[in-house]
Design a protein around this ligand. Structure first.
Ligand SMILES: O=c1ccn([C@H]2C[C@H](O)[C@@H](COP(=O)(O)OP(=O)(O)OP(=O)(O)O)O2)c(=O)[nH]1
Length: 166
């Protein structure tokens, strides 16, 4: 299957797209509410409204966009398995010291300047994260004893945490 299949789980969802030279598919929030508010240093699941199917040789990783990461929306978890058929959810942590609202434009337009000063706003209409497809290496897995493992040649051996002195 040399293809990624996308489906809308919710009617209003936006099917992710990317230009050939972009690494990630832009993924958009998709929810009924006027906005989702994320308090400082807390995490919320932002529904993305889409589901996918792709070959088991790949994994799709959710990452911040430049424009979401630099606004203090930190992407969590984000491993989408090829066999996952549920709705994509983006776990997002607000690392700002103000609440941030992922808010629809028509609602933001009704807020007073005072209300807007108390919060940060991320437009609902913008992609909130991106999905990067990566090739999954396929390795056999085998348990061996720790002694046998230490016999396997290595430059580092068990040196760690500053042992190289570099
Ligand atoms: O940020 C994320 C992470 C995961 N998922 C979906 C896709 C993934 O294929 C599925 C399971 O994720 P994962 O295996 O990381 O979750 P788990 O906590 O290990 O639970 P499980 O027992 O379901 O494997 O949840 C998302 O929508 N968003």
């Amino acid at each position: 299957m040399n293809k990624i299949y996308w489906a809308k789980v919710k009617e209003q969802a936006i099917i992710p797209t990317k230009r050939e030279e972009d690494a990630g598919y832009d993924l958009y929030p998709c929810f009924e509410e006027d906005y989702i508010e994320i308090a400082p240093l807390t995490t919320k699941l932002v529904p993305l409204g889409v589901a996918s199917a792709f070959d088991a040789n790949y994994v799709l990783i959710l990452k911040e966009r430049g424009s979401s990461g630099t606004k203090g929306l930190a992407q969590r978890s984000g491993v989408i398995d090829s066999g996952y058929r549920g709705e994509y959810m983006a776990p997002v942590t607000n690392v700002n010291n103000k609440p941030i609202r992922i808010a629809k434009k028509e609602v933001v337009d009704t807020w007073s300047d005072y209300e807007k000063e108390q919060i940060l706003i991320y437009p609902y209409e913008k992609a909130i994260c991106q999905g990067v497809l990566l090739v999954m290496p396929s390795l056999e897995s085998e348990e061996i004893s720790y002694e046998a493992l230490q016999q396997i040649e290595s430059q580092r051996g068990s040196g760690r945490l500053g042992s190289s002195g570099k």
